[in-house]
Structure formats: structure tokens, C-alpha cells
Design a protein around this ligand. Structure first.
Ligand SMILES: [Fe+2]
Length: 199
């Protein structure tokens, strides 16, 4: 039986509490227990060291948000415990992204394909963006719950951009086009996806 490292387990526990606390959408409230129940069975953990990109220099600013919420504080603290093991990556550009997108963003898969914990049934990851960066429109088959830890705006389909704010949560139905853009401060958000939607 594969065992999860203590740091990663602490992060998973903190993520469950925070995602569950802030989710309001009924579909998110259904999906979150399913995602974290699946996480009760750990996958194999990558042993090699993490790698950062230049944009990661904004992490300290992104992680120093002003919140007194204990669930968010605990999530940030536990994230700091695993951040050095993560492989921060770029996603390929797309015409809908801003020109500064390539150097102005990074994603890290914490759990999922290519993640610190390798598995295919779900993805738990994080996005960091420098100020004034627009992430490309994208869509995917898995349903998705976001937990936002910064200022920044998001879009679903062709609807108006909205600001979830710190602790904001929203749900993306499978295949919906979505995007995000930062304002004057870094954007920092966690996302959890489940490959197979269950009722
Ligand atoms: Fe997404």
C-alpha cells in the first residue's frame, strides 16, 4: 500500500476543509466530498526535487494575503510545506491569452498527471499569475471546483467576468469554456477536478 508523505497529507486535509467550507454551488458541494474521498487512497509520490519558474518570485506576495480565516490560513501554511517539491510549469499559449502570458503565469499539479502525487482519476493543482495577465480560454471534460485566494477575475462561457475574491469558490461544468485574469496584484487559485463525474 502506497503511503502519502506527512506534508502532502496535511495539505490534502487542509484543502478538504477549505474547499468544503467555501463551496456554495450545489454541484461543488456534491463534487468536493467525492474528490476528497478518492484522495483517501494515495497514489505514488514523485521523489525528485521541485522546480520553479521566474514568476514564482511572486509567491511570497501571493501567499501573504490578509485573511483571518483559519481554514485559509491553514491551507496556505500547508501549501508552503509542499511548494518546494512542486514542478511549476507553463501552459502553451493561445490567441486568447495576453502577450505577457508565457512569462506571467505558472501552474503546478499537486496531485494528478505529472503531479507530486501521480494519478489519473483526479487533479488538484494551483495557478499563479503576475498582475495584468489574461489566461487563455480553455475547457476540459472533468468538472472543476475553484478555490480562489486572491483578487482577480474569472469568466465562464461568454458571461461577464466576476470577482470571487479571497475564499471565493465556483464550479465549472464539464466542457464549459473558462478563463481568468489578474488585476493589480498576483492571482492565486487552487482547482480540483474529477475525471469521472458521479451523481
Ligand atoms: Fe480549468
Amino acid at each position: 500500500m502506497v503511503e502519502r508523505s506527512e506534508d502532502l497529507q496535511r495539505f490534502v486535509d487542509a484543502a478538504f476543509i477549505a474547499f468544503d467550507k467555501f463551496a456554495g454551488d450545489p454541484e461543488a458541494r456534491r463534487a468536493i466530498p467525492q474528490i476528497f474521498a478518492a484522495l483517501g487512497h494515495p497514489g505514488p509520490e514523485r521523489g525528485n526535487p521541485g522546480s520553479r519558474l521566474p514568476v514564482c518570485q511572486l509567491l511570497p506576495a501571493a501567499l501573504s494575503i490578509e485573511t483571518s480565516d483559519p481554514a485559509l490560513r491553514q491551507l496556505i501554511e500547508c501549501f508552503e510545506g509542499i511548494e518546494g517539491k512542486l514542478a511549476w510549469r507553463r501552459r502553451t499559449a493561445h490567441p486568447t491569452a495576453s502577450e505577457n502570458f508565457a512569462d506571467g503565469h505558472t501552474n503546478a499539479m499537486i496531485i494528478g498527471p505529472g503531479g507530486l502525487e501521480e494519478r489519473n482519476d483526479l487533479w488538484l493543482g494551483v495557478t499563479l499569475m503576475a498582475p495584468h495577465v489574461r489566461y487563455p480560454d480553455h475547457e476540459h471534460a472533468p468538472e472543476e471546483v475553484y478555490l480562489v485566494l486572491s483578487e482577480g477575475e474569472f469568466q465562464q462561457g461568454d458571461r461577464d467576468w466576476f470577482s470571487p475574491g479571497i475564499g471565493g469558490s465556483f464550479y465549472n461544468v464539464p466542457q464549459i469554456k473558462h478563463a481568468m485574469r489578474s488585476l493589480d496584484t498576483p492571482l492565486f487559485a487552487f482547482w480540483a477536478l474529477r475525471a469521472e463525474r458521479q451523481r
